[in-house]
Design a protein around this ligand. Structure first.
Ligand code: NAD
Ligand code: IPM
Ligand code: MN
Length: 365
């Protein structure tokens, strides 16, 4: 039997709740193929701050680097919101992405037929949406220098950040995006603000340059403000979207709502080599944490992406995706995706139902 080592990072808020569900689903789905996991559960974010004084302890990064894949819940919470920058939970996550060099963040947004009524968009707009946001994850304004606080010429307090991209950073995310589009419907839309920002002007130039390597992919460009509007007007026009770190952050949350809930969207963060990082796109949801209300499916689907993109175990990944669909077909819904006529369940019960759906796929002897 195959063995993989997984670093588990439950984190804060609903993180531990959704990770507990995803871990059980991952175990059962993979065991059917004789796959076993060795887990190392280590702290990150606020949990790590409370334990060690740092949001990303050295041991946590080391464990992640030495693993075959990393599964993360979420980080952050009111308790640490006033911490100085390097002692914020969010900084632990950014350092982890940087440390693992996972520059390509794949965020699929698929409207499942079972959840069309959970979307806030009209049925005819939402139905059939299937898009992929390829978000650059280790550059741009999140990491650019100079950054900090200071005073301006009037002695007034200022805060500043820098949006900066080097050509190589754009080229490598462009290649991931073109490859992704090629395996999908062959359409790529690059989203930027090239009418205003130099970093976006270079972005567009490099995307056009790399496009020469992919003549089979149909490339278009869109300004981010228009893209935000078009996503709601007619989301089906999009297949694959490639964009920078901050635009990708915002547009993927927006895209999640087409599908019904941010509680449904998984993600995979990949580098040139080494372990990938898999996490839901949502945060620690402090408003519902500890109440067994969180939708665990984004994390469960992130576990499926871990199997597919992280370990190449496509059969086990498909089994999880099928189990999620089966659970939805059987009518189970957490509050965020509830609609009349369906069965309202909590996080734990949703997990148990997904396990039953995985179990029902075990080939009978
Ligand atoms: P959030 O994604 O945590 O929550 C936004 C809203 O969506 C909330 O109403 C929440 O209840 C709901 N929601 C989110 N996930 C859900 C789920 N699985 N099921 C049901 N409802 C869900 O965003 P926020 O409130 O802006 O941020 C809260 C904290 O999370 C902050 O500290 C923020 O920095 C952090 N955060 C972390 C990550 C991450 O770990 N990757 C991502 C985003 C935000
Ligand atoms: C996300 C989050 C993070 C981001 C924060 C918590 C650093 O919003 O994973 O989408 O902005 O990348
Ligand atoms: Mn985000």
């Amino acid at each position: 039997s195959k063995r993989y080592s997984i670093t588990l990072l439950p984190g804060d808020g609903i993180g531990p709740e959704v990770i507990s569900v995803a871990k059980n689903v991952l175990n059962l789905a993979a065991s059917i193929d004789g796959i076993e996991f060795k887990y190392e559960e280590v702290p990150i974010g606020g949990a790590a701050l409370d334990l060690t004084g740092l949001p990303l302890p050295d041991e946590t990064l080391l464990s992640a680097k030495q693993s075959d894949a990393v599964l993360l819940g979420a980080i952050g919470g009111y308790k640490w919101d006033k911490n100085e920058k390097h002692l914020k939970p969010e900084n632990g996550l950014l350092k982890l992405r940087e440390g693992l060099k996972v520059f390509a963040n794949l965020r699929p947004a698929t409207v499942l037929p079972q959840l069309v009524d959970a979307s806030t968009l009209k049925r005819e707009v939402a139905e059939g949406v299937d898009l992929m946001v390829v978000r650059e994850l280790t550059g741009g304004i999140y990491f650019g220098k100079p950054r900090g606080f200071g005073t301006n010429e009037n002695g007034e307090e200022i805060g500043f950040n820098t949006e900066v991209y080097a050509a190589y950073e754009i080229d490598r995310i462009a290649r991931v995006a073109f490859e992704t589009a090629r395996k999908r419907k062959g359409k790529l839309c690059s989203v930027d603000k090239a009418n205003v920002l130099e970093a976006s002007m270079l972005w567009r130039k490099r995307i056009m340059e790399i496009a020469l390597e992919y003549p089979d992919v149909e490339l278009s460009h869109m300004y981010v403000d228009n893209a935000a509007m078009q996503l709601i007007r007619d989301p089906k026009q999009f297949d694959t979207i490639v964009t920078n770190n901050i635009f990708g952050d915002i547009l993927s949350d927006e895209a999640s709502m087409i599908t019904g809930s941010i509680g449904m969207l998984p993600s995979a963060s990949l580098g040139e080599s080494g372990p990938g990082l898999f996490e839901p796109i949502h945060g620690s949801a402090p408003d519902i944490a500890g109440q067994d209300k969180a939708n665990p499916l984004a994390t469960v689907l992130s576990a499926a992406m871990l199997l597919k993109y992280g370990l190449g175990e496509e059969k086990a990944a498909k089994r999880i995706e099928d189990a999620v669909l089966d659970t939805l077909n059987r009518g189970f819904r957490t509050g965020d995706i509830y609609s009349t006529g369906t069965k309202l369940v909590g996080c734990k019960e949703m997990g148990e139902e997904v396990l039953k759906s995985v179990d029902s796929q075990v080939p009978s002897p």
